[in-house]
Write a new protein. Structure first.
Length: 322
């Protein structure tokens, strides 16, 4: 009974406090309504400022590294291989590899025909950019004075090479009318769009707005390192292939001993299969040796190119502003 009375007293006290608050609110109604309205205005204003000033990543997904993106009408693709940003000086460096699916040797691309356009989201008013060819199939897009709070950079690759399949030469007015529809139907080229979000790029406090010469030398060194890695992998593969041949030869000896004791057709089949496997493995060894030789030839060429660039000789187009 005492507990019930205690609970009733608590509810009575709460009701009395609420009543006093209601009375106080009505007595100061004008001032309280102004305060509430001012609070709402302050919240709305703060939210607007935060949305417009506070950096945020783009709401579009960032393009993954080493993902070929088609552009133009001639089967070309561009892959973003590296993205680095230095927030201290606003330098953003984007490395691209261009491939031509219409030719067997994809390293041979007319890099002078590859153009880029760019758009920045919260990039700042002083940002500038340029496209720097670094080899026959690679280039670097550089930005400087980019705001450290930029949200995203959108780049679009363009192929300025002429595709004769899209050029119309109508033989009559009627043919011209029908070809116009065909041209509109075929006019949609691959977009070649790349989105680089601020939260997806690598960070570097030592990155600077380097010269084309430095970028070319760096590209040659990267290609040499990649070829050396290729040689190492093929060399290890040859070692493993040789071990596999030794295993097959050991199996053949066991099968031959078994065959000498009994005329078993299955044993002879196993011997034949092992010999076929050895033949296939030797073909794989030959292919790996060719890969090594090709890589050594490439290294020699890249070293020659590197030396020429260091001596101030280059056949690449000059950088172009975005």
């Amino acid at each position: 009974m005492t507990a019930i009375i205690t609970i009733a007293d608590k509810f009575r006290n709460i009701f009395q406090r609420f009543s006093r608050f209601g009375t106080w609110f009505l007595e100061h109604q004008r001032r309280n309504l102004i305060a509430i309205f001012s609070l709402f205005i302050l919240i709305a204003f703060s939210t607007t400022v935060m949305v417009n000033i506070t950096p945020r990543p783009s709401n579009l997904p960032s393009t993954d590294l080493n993902t070929p993106v088609s552009f133009g009408t001639l089967n070309k693709t561009a892959s973003l291989t590296k993205s680095v940003f230095n927030k201290n000086n606003g330098v953003l460096e984007l490395h691209y590899t261009i491939s031509d699916g219409s030719v067997s040797d994809q390293d041979l691309v007319d890099i002078s025909k590859i153009k880029f356009t760019a758009m920045t989201d919260h990039g700042g008013n002083q940002v500038t950019g340029r496209v720097v060819p670094t080899s026959n199939n690679t280039l670097v897009v550089q930005f400087k004075n980019l705001s450290h709070n930029f949200n995203a950079v959108t780049l679009t690759a363009h192929d300025k090479s002429i595709n004769t399949a899209t050029v119309e030469a109508p033989s009559s007015v009627v043919a011209d009318s029908s070809s116009a529809k065909k041209t509109n139907a075929n006019g949609n080229t691959a977009s070649g769009k790349f989105i680089i979000n601020r939260d997806k790029v690598s960070k570097s406090n030592s990155l600077t707005f380097t010269t084309q010469k430095e970028l070319e030398v760096s590209e040659s060194e990267a290609k040499i390192a990649a070829q050396q890695k290729l040689i190492s992998k093929n060399t290890n593969a040859i070692i493993e292939y040789q071990k596999a041949i030794d295993q097959q030869q050991a199996s053949i000896k066991k099968y031959q001993k078994r065959l000498a004791q009994s005329d078993d057709s299955d044993t002879q089949t196993s011997i034949d299969n092992a010999r076929d496997a050895i033949t296939q493995i030797r073909t794989q060894i030959s292919d790996a040796q060719k890969n090594i030789q090709r890589a050594k030839t490439n290294i020699s060429q890249y070293q020659k190119t590197k030396k020429q660039v260091q001596e101030g000789k280059t056949l690449l187009p000059k950088p172009t502003d975005l």
